[in-house]
Design a protein around this ligand. Structure first.
Ligand code: GLU
Length: 277
């Protein structure tokens, strides 16, 4: 069995990340499995080089060692392009030319605009474009992203489920996150596409991550089905909350491993805090 910790090098690790890494590390060790590290670094607008080093240092200080060299998603762009091509060939994608403003206006205009767990979903405007309209916009080099046609994908695959160690067997709801972006305008991939392709590439058999990503797994299961990739088991763990019951924010510097370490906490104490917080 193989697990992974997949931080984005867009900031320092805080207690919440340490907990996520610990869960993956412990489950791998309990099963005499392998723990891998992956940098989810496709978002060049937010990644900073110094955070790769800082994250590796903090993990080592916590005693969490991984096998082999960490995977960098920026090295994997051709694999994501191939997966996107494969999806496009099965007609479950469409180009979306909407700006943020177009989406906000359309959402405000229509009654019953689709909503997901974290707010409004894409209202589907560009799904309705004709083949000719699409071709003309593409020929004119109109900036666009690529979206999953969730209904078409679901129709193709039929009912699906995924298995979570804490939550049991969960039926996939294709409409939960709507027509998500699989390739951004500025980056030819997205979190959803990259994570699915890489979990298969790294032979991850148990995906451990925070419960905030449970809705995303519905999309990931669809993508695994469409790309004929193996289906991992999931373990969505609770999130560490601060004293006010709020999720730890990346900007809360007092909870970074760096500052806890600087305040004199030992790795063991930090781990205890990450575990019981
Ligand atoms: N990069 C994500 C995070 O830092 C983790 C995504 C995942 O584990 O699938 O929260």
């Amino acid at each position: 069995m193989t697990t992974r910790f997949a931080p984005s090098p867009t900031g320092l690790l805080h207690l919440g990340h340490a907990y996520a890494a610990l869960v993956a590390h412990r489950l791998a060790h309990q099963h005499h499995g392998t723990f891998l590290l992956r940098f989810e670094d496709i978002d060049h607008t937010r990644v900073r080089p110094e955070f790769y080093v800082a994250i590796e240092e903090d993990l080592r200080w916590l005693g969490l060692t991984w096998q082999g060299a960490p995977l960098h998603q920026t090295d994997r762009l051709p694999a994501y392009a191939a997966a996107l091509e494969q999806l496009n060939a099965t007609q479950v994608l469409y180009p979306c030319f909407c700006t943020r403003r177009d989406i906000a206006e359309e959402t405000a205009r229509i009654t019953n605009a689709p909503h997901g767990p974290e707010g409004p979903l894409y209202p589907g405007t560009c799904r309705a474009l004709s083949a000719d309209q699409r071709a003309a916009l593409l020929a004119a080099d109109t900036p666009h992203c690529w979206r999953l046609d969730a209904a078409a994908a679901s129709q193709r695959l039929g009912p699906l489920t995924f298995r979570d160690q804490r939550h049991g067997e969960i039926p996939v709801d294709p409409a939960l996150l709507g027509d998500v972006i699989l390739a951004r305008k500025d980056i030819a991939t997205s979190y959803h596409l990259a994570v699915v392709v890489d979990d298969a590439f790294q032979h991850i058999s148990l995906v451990t991550r925070g419960e905030d990503l449970l809705p995303a797994t519905h999309v990931h299961r669809l993508l695994q089905g469409l790309l004929a990739l193996p289906e991992p088991t999931y373990h969505h763990h609770p999130l560490i909350l601060d004293a006010n019951g709020q999720r730890l924010a990346k900007r809360d510097e007092s909870q970074t491993i760096r500052s806890l370490r600087a305040s004199g906490l030992s790795p063991e104490e930090t781990i205890r805090r990450a575990t019981v917080a």
